[in-house]
Design a protein around this ligand. Structure first.
Ligand code: PLP
Length: 468
């Protein structure tokens, strides 16, 4: 299997290089040149596997022969060995025909652990095979940073630098990053906003000299390998509830469109999914698009679900690519126009075709808090604000008799304790292994919002390591 860019003019790459490249050179995102297909019988043959066995079967076709099955099985079992629940992604029933999949049993309590634990292993493996080292640089508003750090800690071939906006991430989120006592983990608290952090990371990648000097790489949500690892829990949850003999509706709280797009890939592969219901907070660019057919940017508003406070959903480009019949030049042209005008219309027939598979609903902070309290009182299930938006979105749709509704819960309630307590009166407890989080020593370096100072800090850290 080869990978092609959604903008049509970057070189085709094999899996190893797609993993390390992240963004394509033409500014597009990499996707497989064809979808692996499973028949109904193939899907039936996956019944009864463990999460780890299933992951190997679902993912192997995407690796294009670059990693042996034995090696890959080992990576998968190492990735999920330290999750809190033997089912890895357990299901809870909320009502007849209605379920929630808990994707928060990984080391940092958000669903991002499911892909990133594996991506960390894959990076280390591929870098060692090539005899290279890489420096991973990322900006975070909270969840991505800690999941990436946990995935890369103590790996010989990787140094990781994460920039977060000083004073603007929650105490739990900051401590999950800064209390990791590993020599290859570097936290920078930037005196600026999340956008400043992100701009700075972009500037480092544009500076070819700096990028090549440190072999920069990224593990943000446009990385194909992250999408690939997320396909697994769609198969896992559907198989647990009767696939291939029943149909499924997935409700997904959405920011960058990565999680729900992985479900779309599962459907392309042959999983019987009838539709996706997308939940958004006040940052509702996708909901407005599915309602009106026009995609229009607006300023980001802070909400109780910060990991969805996003203006442009990068992975939507991968869906567009399919709806433009994989014509990369056409995608490049239309996205160029979007960047210039701040709004875009992809045409009536494309919009209608997308609406056949996707519905979308928006919920404000008050509705979200009310729902968290009500769901806890009626079912005992305590959800974080992101997960609540997913479940609420799912409840806007009426499943047919042969359809099962599964909402994805993307974060543990203890990751957002203030909002959850206000909504339910319950202070959500951290899992046992994290109860000393507030006693651990923090390691971080505060820097001004100045690219020169940040780059020289990174230079000096890496020089010292190379000399040691
Ligand atoms: C990242 C994140 C999301 C959004 O997922 P996308 O793949 O960006 O759509 C939702 N909930 C939580 C808790 C997250 O960390």
């Amino acid at each position: 299997m080869k990978y092609i860019s959604t903008r049509g003019s970057a070189p085709e790459l094999a899996f190893d290089d797609v993993l390390l490249a992240g963004l394509a050179r033409d500014g597009g995102l990499y996707v497989p040149d064809s979808w692996p297909k499973m028949s109904k019988a193939d899907v039936r043959n996956l019944q009864g596997l463990t999460y780890q066995e299933l992951a190997v079967r679902v993912i192997m076709p995407f690796l294009g022969g670059s990693i042996s099955e034995d090696e890959f099985s080992q990576m998968v079992s190492d990735s999920y060995a330290h999750f809190d629940h033997p089912a890895v992604a357990p299901l809870k029933q909320l009502a007849p025909g209605q379920w929630v999949a808990e994707l928060f049993h990984g080391p940092t309590l958000a669903f991002k652990d499911y892909p990133l634990q594996l991506v960390g292993q894959l990076f280390d493996h591929v870098l060692k095979k090539k005899g290279e080292k890489a420096t991973i640089i990322g900006a975070t508003s909270g969840d991505t940073g800690s999941a990436a750090i946990e995935a890369c800690r103590d790996r010989d071939a990787i140094e990781i630098f994460i920039l977060h906006p000083k004073g603007r991430v929650s105490d739990v989120q900051r401590r999950q990053m800064t209390t990791v006592a590993s020599e290859n983990v570097h936290n920078i608290a930037l005196e600026g906003t999340f956008d400043d952090c992100q701009d700075m990371v972009k500037a480092m990648f544009v500076d070819e000299n700096f990028r090549d000097r440190h072999n920069l790489s990224a593990v943000n949500s446009i990385n194909w390998a992250r999408i690939m690892a997320q396909i697994v829990y769609y198969f896992w949850t559907a198989l647990s509830l009767g696939a291939p003999d029943r149909k499924f509706i997935y409700a997904v709280p959405t920011g960058n469109f990565g999680n729900v797009y992985a479900g779309y890939v599962a459907r392309k592969m042959g999983l019987p999914i009838s539709k996706f219901v997308v939940g958004s907070n006040a940052n509702d660019i996708l909901t407005r698009f599915f309602d009106s057919g026009e995609m229009a940017m607006s300023p980001v508003k802070p909400t109780l679900s910060p990991s969805m406070d996003i203006q442009i959903s990068s992975n939507f480009e991968r869906l567009l690519f399919e709806h433009y019949r994989r014509d990369g030049a056409a995608v490049a042209k239309v996205l160029d126009k979007f960047r210039r005008d701040g709004k875009i219309n992809f045409g009536q027939s494309r919009w209608r075709a997308m609406r056949k598979n996707f519905e979308s609903y928006r919920f404000g902070d008050n509705a979200t808090k009310d729902f968290i309290g009500e769901l806890f009182r009626t079912t005992g299930e305590l959800l974080d604000p992101h997960s609540a938006i997913g479940v609420m979105a799912g409840q806007q749709t009426v499943p047919a008799d042969d359809e099962v509704l599964i909402a994805l819960a993307t974060a543990h309630p203890a990751k957002f304790p203030a909002a959850v307590e206000e909504a339910s009166g319950i202070v959500p407890a951290l899992p046992q292994r994290l109860t000393d989080l507030f006693d651990r020593e923090e390691r971080l370096h505060t820097l001004p919002n100045d690219i020169g100072q940040v780059c020289s800090y990174i230079d000096s850290k890496l020089l010292k390591k190379a000399a040691a």
